[in-house]
Ligand binder design. Sequence first.
Ligand SMILES: Nc1ncnc2c1ncn2[C@@H]1O[C@H](COP(=O)(O)OP(=O)(O)O)[C@@H](O)[C@H]1O
Ligand SMILES: [Mg+2]
Length: 426
Amino acid sequence: MPQPERSAAFEIVEALLTVEIYNRIQKLTEADLPPDIRDRFLDGELGGVRRPILIGVEDIRTICQVDNIESIVADLPFLRLDEGTSLITFTEFDPGATWFAGQDALEAIQSNPVLAHYFSKFDPDVSYPEARVVNQSILARQKGLHARIEKLYGEEAESLLKLVSIKTPEEVRNSLEDLVLTSDQSEEIAKAGKALEHRQYLKSIGLHEIGKILFVGPPGTGKTTSARALSRWFMLPLVEVRLSMIISAFLGETAKNIDSVFMLAKKLNPCILFIDEFDFVAKSRASDDHGAIKRAVNTLLKAIDDISLVEDGVLLIAATNYPQLLDHAAWRRFDKVMSFSVPDDDMRCRILTKVLEKIDAELDVAELAKKTEGFTGSDLRLVVREAVLNALLQDRKRLTQADLLRAVAQFDKRNAEHRQGNNVQA
Ligand SMILES: Nc1ncnc2c1ncn2[C@@H]1O[C@H](COP(=O)(O)OP(=O)(O)O)[C@@H](O)[C@H]1O
Ligand SMILES: [Mg+2]
C-alpha cells in the first residue's frame, strides 16, 4: 500500500529526475516534458524550455501540489536542498533513479517521454516513442488544453480566445479520409508529417526552412477542410485564425493581437497554426495606404518569419482563394505552396464515390463526373445533398441516377442565375 508520504516523495523524485534527464539529453524537446513541468518552465519569449532547468521548492510545490517538501527531501539521501537558493539537486543520480524505479514506477514512466527515454535502456517494456504518443494526447485533450491556456494567460485567456479558435484533434470533425487528395498533396502532407517527427534531426543539420505551407486554390476545393483534418491526422491541437478577426477595426490592437496569437501557438507547441483568408493581407494593402494597416501587415509577415517548425514545433498553414492578390513579400514567407485545383474528371469520380460511399444507390459515377465539369468538391457535396433531400421528400432512401442528374441540373441552373444576378449588379 502506498503511504501518502511515499507518494509525495515519488512525485517529487519523478519531477526532479525528469528535469535532470531533460537537462542532460539535448535531443529531448519541451514537447517531451509532462504538461505540468513544461508549463512551469516555459519561456514566454522563447516559446520553449531553456536548459538547464533549475528547480526549487516553489516549482515542486506548483508542479506536484505537495507540502512538506523540505522534510521529504531531507529524508532522501540522494537529494540535496540548498538552503540559500531553495534549489533541489541530486547528490547522486543513479541511486535516485534506482530508488524511483523500485517504487512501482512503470505506469509513470510509460507516460513521461523524458523518463521513458532514460529507462528504456533498462526495461524492454518501456518505449520512448509510445510515451510521446501518450504525452501528446494528454497535452492535446480538451480539458488539458483549456486548463493550460487559463494557466498560461490567467484573466487574458478570454480575450485571446476571441481571436482564435482552438481545437484538440479529437474535437476536429474533419478527417483526411473524407477528402480526395491528389498524389502531390498526399506527398506534401506525408513530408510535413516527417518534418514534425524529425524536428531535432532537421535542427541538427541546419535545415530550418521548412514547415510553412500556403494552400492556394479556388473556393470549395478543400483547403480549410484539409488544414483541419491535418490536426486529426498528426494528433496536434489546431489554432485557427481568421485574419479579418485579428486585423481588427481597432487597428491599434492589431499588432498586439498578431503577436498574442503567434505566441500562443508557440506555447501550445507542437501544434498547427492555421491562418485562413490569408489574402486579407493583400486586400487591406491594396484598399488604402493607411499606415496602421501597413504596420499590421508587416507585423504579420515578421511574425511568420519568427516562427519555425524546427525551433518552435509549430506547423504554419495559410490558405487563400486569391493567390494573385499576394505580393512577393508574402509569397516568399512560405517554403511550400500546395495547390488545390478544381478537380478533373478522374478526381470528380473519386470525390463522388467517396461522398456517396454510405448512401444506398446504384449509379453510373463516370457519367456523373462527365456532367459535372467545373464543379468543385464542395459543389459535388451539395449536389449529393440535394439528391438525398429530394429523394427523402418522396420517402426514399435509395438514390437513382435520375436523382443525381436532376440535382446536377438544378445546381447548374442556380449557378447560371447567380452569375446573371452578379452581372446585373455589376
Ligand atoms: N477534394 C475533395 N474531396 C472531398 N471533399 C471535398 C474536396 N474538396 C472540397 N470538398 C468538400 O467541400 C466542402 C468545402 O471545402 P472547404 O475545405 O471549405 O474548401 P475551401 O476552404 O477550399 O474553400 C467541404 O465539405 C469539403 O469536404
Ligand atoms: Mg476555406
